[in-house]
Design a binder for this molecule. Structure first.
Ligand SMILES: Cc1cc2nc3c(=O)[nH]c(=O)nc-3n(C[C@H](O)[C@H](O)[C@H](O)COP(=O)(O)OP(=O)(O)OC[C@H]3O[C@@H](n4cnc5c(N)ncnc54)[C@H](O)[C@@H]3O)c2cc1C
Length: 259
């Protein structure tokens, strides 16, 4: 069984995140970048299946991102992934969601897989659509936003929370699933994992390696039109209770459309 886990490197949510206001592109130099936590949970789902004495199981971490995204892959390798694939190419700078999905699908195709596991939504772009778009490119069934996922030799099952309750869902392999922050708590890399991660295979692929390039350049693409800094917070309004504070509070909530 070959399981590909889609791992995105994102700015650390513990730090302040910034857009370059001139280009609308993420300012990666402004803070530290890390593997998205939701992807560590996705990896955990795959590793738990591998742990169940599935010697034939191979877990591959796949990312598309700048040079620095190698760190996210090394983290995945130290947690237990067997190998990693990094799609890195100057032509991908400013890639929008559609391009990202097309490139990830091509890389998955070239790597080969029985199952793809992704996070349901990244903590930076927060599009929440890359897994569905990759599944569409690859013609795969998609089980989105699983709170839990169980892999077997021929299928994957899981639970999804919906407004009125929960659903149990199943798809035959090959398939793609995305998991939520309620899914498997990710393990910490141990010392052995950190040491062996350095020796595990990490392949670098360019757009040309994937047979992509001119097609992607010609594809329609979303662009950032303008960017603006969030206005500074203004001081709140103080309500002094002189007998009608309740009315004033209610009026404030109505005016703010909070009730
Ligand atoms: C006009 C425009 C320009 C942009 N320019 C840049 C840019 O220069 N640099 C930049 O970093 N972003 C840029 N972005 C954002 C970038 O397109 C998205 O972050 C990216 O396409 C993924 O979308 P998302 O984060 O919303 O994914 P979501 O759909 O929220 O992600 C869900 C899951 O998909 C998988 N996934 C998503 N992206 C990747 C990835 N790259 N590698 C592996 N797995 C992945 C992960 O498992 C993730 O948990 C731009 C967006 C737009 C609209």
């Amino acid at each position: 069984m070959k399981i590909i886990v889609l791992v995105k490197q994102v700015p650390d949510t513990e730090e302040e995140r910034r857009l370059d206001l001139a280009t609308g592109i993420l300012d990666r130099a402004a803070g530290q970048s890390v593997a998205d936590e939701i992807n560590e949970r996705a990896l955990e789902v795959a590793l738990r299946y591998k742990d169940g004495d599935k010697k034939g199981t191979e877990v591959i971490a796949l990312t598309m991102g700048p040079e620095s995204a190698t760190q996210a892959l090394r983290k995945a390798l130290s947690m237990g992934a067997d190998s990693a694939v990094h799609v890195v190419d100057d032509g991908l700078e400013g890639a929008d969601i559609a391009r990202t999905a097309a490139v990830l699908a091509a890389a998955a195709n070239q790597t080969g897989f029985d199952l793809l596991v992704a996070g349901n939504e990244s903590t930076d772009g927060r599009g929440g659509v890359v897994p569905a778009m990759v599944a569409e490119h690859l013609g795969l069934p998609l089980l989105p936003s699983l709170d839990s996922a169980e892999i077997s030799e021929s299928s994957v099952t899981g639970e999804v929370t919906v407004d009125s309750g929960s659903l149990s869902v199943r798809a035959g392999l090959p398939a793609l699933v995305s998991v939520t922050e309620r899914s498997a708590e990710a393990r910490f890399p141990n010392f052995k994992g950190i040491i062996t991660a350095k020796r595990k295979p990490l392949a670098r692929l360019s757009l040309a390696d994937l047979g992509l390039g001119s097609d992607l350049d010609a594809a329609p693409r979303s662009v950032v039109v303008t960017t603006a800094e969030r206005p500074a917070r203004s001081a709140g309004k103080k309500i002094i209770d002189d007998g009608n504070a309740g009315v004033q509070l209610a009026e404030f909530l109505v005016a703010s459309r909070l009730i």
